[in-house]
Design a protein around this ligand. Structure first.
Ligand code: SF4
Length: 424
């Protein structure tokens, strides 16, 4: 093992050539992650301090109905705020306090920075400190940035979780901590599997209630469930937690490898691992066999968007037989995706960053059967006769674990089936 907890083989494969590009990018900003974070943390409210554009972004991304009682909103910076004619700090305190007075169910308030709040250098860390002085212990205020400059949309989750790390109580207890926002249904399935493996206690970050903060310390084994939480993982490691390297739990083989890595790190015996995981793996492989017929040999191109690209490329290539043309990722964080990277075929082009025009030229030249890309690129590519899959759908949907393996494969198969039906 090296100092970041990766198998040695993953480090040796670092020699794989990477096409690095810088230029125009086509991504959503980190505010987008509020859509799934607010669903997970049921006692939390996300208050974006931003512009009308920020409000429109999360409102339309979340598709909130008018009668819903949402757990996110935007404190809109007006021209007077931006021109320095109003006391923005006093306004923000007033809005936060009146919100909390109306909504006693809110126990954690996230103040989320945006491009406009950063441009006017509004200090949200100080605002959180100020509000905490009057609101703790009933409500805790946490701040992080969801700003769109040079970020990807999943980084919002990473920064939200990183902001929670200093608040976690210290513990020497031996435990497993799963890092990354998972739908409740997936978390419940994972708990049952950890129980069957005899692994416990197991904590999740984030938990269903933001106030339930797991402990962290030198006897904490850290298992990442999402590849985009590198900053949070390193903050937890700095507090003593030990990362467990594993491919991500996508598909039958990925899920087996993920649980197996946790079990081995926890000292579970081989026979117990096989007894717990083999039936689940067999069932998931049966579900995948159906989709393999559609997808094997089909060529797929991943454009850089969600940072799930490398683990998903491993899944579609190793478990569905798809042919990888290019696997693009916004940032290649080897500590986070080394184990999946190690399993990609050497023939796939790996690219980091984006120069949109050059990358689109490669897509047009290759004409893959399926292009995984951001929302803004999907329609233009479809108009050129190319099938696409929205990468954001792969983040919004429950796709982790054995029971979701078939659903994950279905997400890749659906655009191709649709095209075949239209052609018929
Ligand atoms: S944070 Fe920046 S990129 Fe995101 S919606 Fe607001 S202005 Fe746009």
């Amino acid at each position: 093992m090296n100092d970041v907890g990766l198998p040695r083989s993953a480090v040796l494969r670092d020699a794989r050539p990477v096409l690095r590009e810088r230029g125009q990018r086509e991504v959503f900003c980190g505010l987008t992650s509020i859509v799934w974070l607010h669903r997970k943390m049921q006692d939390a409210f996300f208050l974006v301090v931003g512009s009308r554009t920020c409000a429109h972004l999360i409102q339309s991304a979340a598709g909130v109905m008018i009668f819903a009682e949402p757990r996110f909103g935007t404190a809109i910076l007006t021209d007077r705020d931006l021109a320095g004619l109003a006391d923005v700090n006093a306004e923000l305190d007033r809005i936060a306090l009146s919100l909390l007075a109306r909504r006693p169910d809110i126990r954690t308030l996230f103040l989320v920075g945006s491009c406009p709040s950063e441009v006017i250098k509004l200090d949200l860390a100080k605002a959180a400190e100020r509000l905490n002085a009057t609101l703790l212990p009933r409500v805790r205020v946490i701040n992080y940035s969801g700003s769109g400059i040079e970020t990807t949309f999943t980084q919002g989750e990473d920064l939200a979780l990183k902001a929670m790390v200093p608040l976690l109580p210290a513990t020497d207890a031996r435990q497993l901590l799963v890092l990354g926002c998972l739908p409740d249904i997936v978390e419940d399935q994972f708990r049952r599997i950890f129980d069957a493996l005899g692994i416990g206690p197991v904590a999740f970050l984030p938990a269903r209630h933001a106030q339930e903060l797991p402990g962290v310390g030198i006897n904490t084994l850290l298992l990442a469930a999402q590849p985009f939480n590198g900053e949070a993982l390193r903050a937890l490691a700095a507090r003593g937690a030990m990362p467990v390297a594993a491919p991500y739990p996508f598909g039958a083989l990925g899920s087996t490898a993920w649980f197996e890595a946790a079990a081995l790190a926890c000292g579970v015996e081989r026979a117990t691992i096989d007894r717990a995981l083999q039936p689940l793996q067999a069932r998931a492989m049966t579900a995948l066999a159906h989709y393999r017929q559609t997808l094997a040999g089909r060529r797929i191109f991943f454009m850089p968007d969600s940072q799930l690209e490398v683990p998903l490329a491993r899944f579609v290539s190793a478990e569905l037989g798809m042919d990888l043309t290019e696997v693009g990722t916004p940032f290649l964080d080897r500590q986070m995706v080394g184990a999946d990277l190690d399993l990609l075929p050497a023939t796939a082009t790996l690219s980091e960053g984006q120069h949109l025009e050059q990358q689109l030229a490669r897509v047009r030249a290759l004409r893959p059967d399926l292009t995984v890309c951001g929302l803004g690129l999907a329609n233009p590519l479809e108009a050129e006769g190319l099938s696409t899959k929205w990468s954001i759908e792969l983040v919004f949907s429950p796709v982790h674990g054995f029971d979701q393996a078939g659903d994950l494969a279905e997400l890749f198969a659906r655009p191709l089936n649709r095209k075949a039906r239209l052609a018929a």
